[in-house]
Design a protein around this ligand. Structure first.
Ligand code: SF4
Ligand code: SF4
Length: 372
């Protein structure tokens, strides 16, 4: 029998191993002097926690808060409005990734723009824009780039190819963000209820574990860089609990199978070539200095935001007054605490972005909380 992809994951989803970790954590947790609030920064971890019933396996002294780790959830309406306006320009094909197409801006979503005749497409990889541009030489393809450190190198690779092959009809609208900046902003908030972080492994595959060194050192918050399978998550939780009972505060890597301290230097160099750190406004969190990655000035001729500057809306827009996405992104509230969770707001009629993205905390609670 040949090795199938699913076999590679089997050990990391093994029920006996998960239960064994649950037992270790329960024993260790008895020695805790206070409950610990762990922020899983990434929506991917939120889904694992909800999907595999991790919450039910843990003692009540281990709590989770859901962080700002989904590029769709944190996208402010202003930026979605940019995409909407761009998509409505003549001879423009607006291309983006996955769930972004469903998130409501102030005029509607990209899906709505499409129903009004705009050519909006989604792709699995930024490089798919090359084929679209080649097949539509008389159109301008604008890639609405989103994502954390994991996807930024793919956008950089797209621009690298556009320049190398002198492709005339691809522009970028860049909305890349970084993970450490919002973590820093959150723990600077006096109402912060975070004791430790579960760091997303895919980000560190690119950026290395070094990006989290400041958190135990300067902020006294332990970080464990964790994989996304349930055994990874259980092991990481166990590592965090052990740090507390042993009086340690460290950066540790659970996902050693692909994470090094330095990360992928080639991808980092590609990022540095095309992007620089810029201020970015986060949905629910507001303006966070140097938390985004914008195109360097020398690439202005590929920058849709500059080229179409005159027609792009500039005003800042508040979220729906009943939506508490901001508090969820800050770890101050859990989805069921929202007054319209599961009623006016559900995946078929999302009010806030945490319900739209399949990685959103509200979506995870809705999907795995026996509500569907
Ligand atoms: S349930 Fe909907 S409205 Fe409420 S916080 Fe979640 S996304 Fe926002
Ligand atoms: S609520 Fe949204 S932004 Fe926050 S972690 Fe979950 S998915 Fe990410």
């Amino acid at each position: 029998m040949g090795l199938e992809l699913k076999n590679l994951y089997d050990d990391f989803r093994d029920a006996d191993t998960i239960k064994a970790y649950a037992k270790i954590i329960a024993e260790d947790a008895k020695k805790l002097t206070h409950p610990i609030n762990i922020m899983e920064v990434c929506g991917g971890h939120t889904h694992t926690i909800m999907k595999y019933g991790v919450l039910q396996l843990l003692p009540s002294s281990i709590r989770f808060v859901h962080g700002p780790g989904c590029p769709v959830c944190i996208m402010p309406k202003e930026r979605i409005d940019h995409a909407y306006v761009l998509s409505r320009q003549p001879n423009v094909i607006l291309v983006t990734l996955g769930d972004m197409i469903k998130v409501p801006g102030s005029n509607g979503s990209l899906q709505d723009a499409r129903s009004k005749g705009a050519d909006v497409r989604f792709v699995y990889s930024p490089l798919d824009c090359l084929k679209i541009a080649q097949e539509n030489p008389d159109k301008t393809v604008i890639f609405f780039a989103i994502g954390f450190e994991t996807t930024t190198p793919m956008t950089a690779a797209l621009l690298d190819t556009v320049i190398a092959q002198n492709i005339p009809n691809i522009l970028l609208h860049v909305n890349h963000v970084t993970v450490p900046a919002p973590m820093r902003a959150l723990i600077s908030d006096e109402a912060c209820i975070i004791d430790a972080f579960l760091g997303p492994s895919h980000v560190s595959v690119i950026s290395g574990s070094k990006i989290y060194e400041e958190f135990p050192r300067d902020w006294h918050k332990p970080v464990v860089v964790s994989g996304f399978e349930p055994v990874d998550v259980m092991q990481s939780i166990s590592m965090i609990v052990k740090q507390f009972i042993e009086g340690r505060c460290e950066l540790e890597v659970e996902y050693k199978r692909a994470v090094t301290r330095e990360g992928n230097l080639k991808a980092q160099a590609l990022n540095d070539k095309y992007f620089r750190q810029v201020d970015f406004r986060w949905r629910g969190l507001g303006d966070i200095p140097q938390s985004g990655m914008g195109l360097r000035d020398e690439y202005d001729r590929y920058n849709a935001e500059k080229i179409y500057d005159a027609i792009l809306p500039k005003e800042e827009i508040n979220d729906h007054k009943l939506c508490i996405c901001g508090d969820i992104l800050k770890g101050k509230a859990s989805p069921p605490q929202c007054s319209i969770f599961g009623t006016a707001c559900k995946p078929s009629t999302p009010v806030g972005s945490c319900m739209v993205s399949s990685e959103g905390a509200c979506s995870a609670y809705y999907k795995y909380g026996n509500l569907v």
